[in-house]
Design a protein around this ligand. Sequence first.
Ligand SMILES: NC(=O)c1ccc[n+]([C@@H]2O[C@H](COP(=O)([O-])OP(=O)(O)OC[C@H]3O[C@@H](n4cnc5c(N)ncnc54)[C@H](OP(=O)(O)O)[C@@H]3O)[C@@H](O)[C@H]2O)c1
Length: 343
Amino acid sequence: MSRHAFVLGGTGQIGRAVAETLLASGWDVTIASRGSRARPDGLARRGAKFVALDREKPGDLPRVLRGGADALIDVTAYGAEHGRQLLGVQGSVGGMVVISSSSVYRDDAGRTLDEAAQNGFPEFSEPIRETQPTVAPGDTTYSTRKVALERVLLDEARVPVTVLRPAAIYGTGSVHPREWWFVKRILDGRRAIPLAYGGRSRFHTSSVLNIAELTRIVLDRPGTRILNIADPSASSVAEIGAVIARRMGYTGEFVELSEDAFPARIGRTPWSVPRPFVLDNGTAIALGYSPATSYAEASGAICDELAQISALGDWRDAFPVLARYPYDQFDYDSEDAFLETAA
Ligand SMILES: NC(=O)c1ccc[n+]([C@@H]2O[C@H](COP(=O)([O-])OP(=O)(O)OC[C@H]3O[C@@H](n4cnc5c(N)ncnc54)[C@H](OP(=O)(O)O)[C@@H]3O)[C@@H](O)[C@H]2O)c1
């Protein structure tokens, strides 16, 4: 008999990829969401079932999960309260995979991604392993909430729980496609694209296809653990730009800037960081995981999708998380003025 996976938050970029991968491996898949995002057609055709639920509505999750599932994959959990909510339904599931974040790590001086603007960018002896200290659990920042979620689950769950810590996630169906920083400039005909920190920044990317593949593996090897998950290598911003340029037939130039202020003023891509943020995937590999894809392979489909979606209307409606960045990512006047002075 097929095993049954229940994907909470399954219409988003990670959930779709997880659903696809598990369907292809013979699982039955139920996808749960509030229904504000479109249901991916392909998944319905391949037999995925869709259910509407809002996890914030008391009683919704236990009601929908009453029939039970072999695995609950939760991509949309934040904070101790969601952790306790998951403990409340553990009697109905065989095990869980929960998406956390690599932003939980702090460096030896206590610096973190969340507070980099105030305290300076963290400096890790790369690559970061799961044993690297994290921020303390709490409810003050995104990352303290992720740690609180992790602790509740890892300390108290009676079923196997795998916590995954991805880095900069990318995939089709994203509402936060970092690639748009390059794609929009190319579509707008920008002849020169500046790159902060000489384009050398490495902020590790995590393909949803790799997250999905690791999910498949851990469900076959139940256990309670934390695993980093990032692409097989950490591309530099210059390499990311070159891959996107090739895909889009871009013939302009990248201008590598030597300025080292943090945050960068000009050429600040969503991956522009003054020091590397790179994960070690060794623990996942030791479990039997091998990457499904690389940035160079997987990013092409995203560029194609972004070009199509953006032709349909305002990018801010299509990519709301990207649109909430607290600075103008497309301030071409400042960019031009800077490039002119630098020339
Ligand atoms: N983006 C990154 O670079 C990054 C890095 C590290 C970790 N993460 C983690 O990755 C996860 C986000 O995954 P993603 O990128 O796949 O997200 P996503 O594309 O935004 O999808 C979120 C999914 O959750 C559903 N959802 C949201 N609120 C819900 C609720 N109250 N009840 C039921 N379903 C709900 C959404 O559908 P509806 O809106 O229709 O409900 C959608 O299916 C988060 O845990 C985040 O912390 C992200």
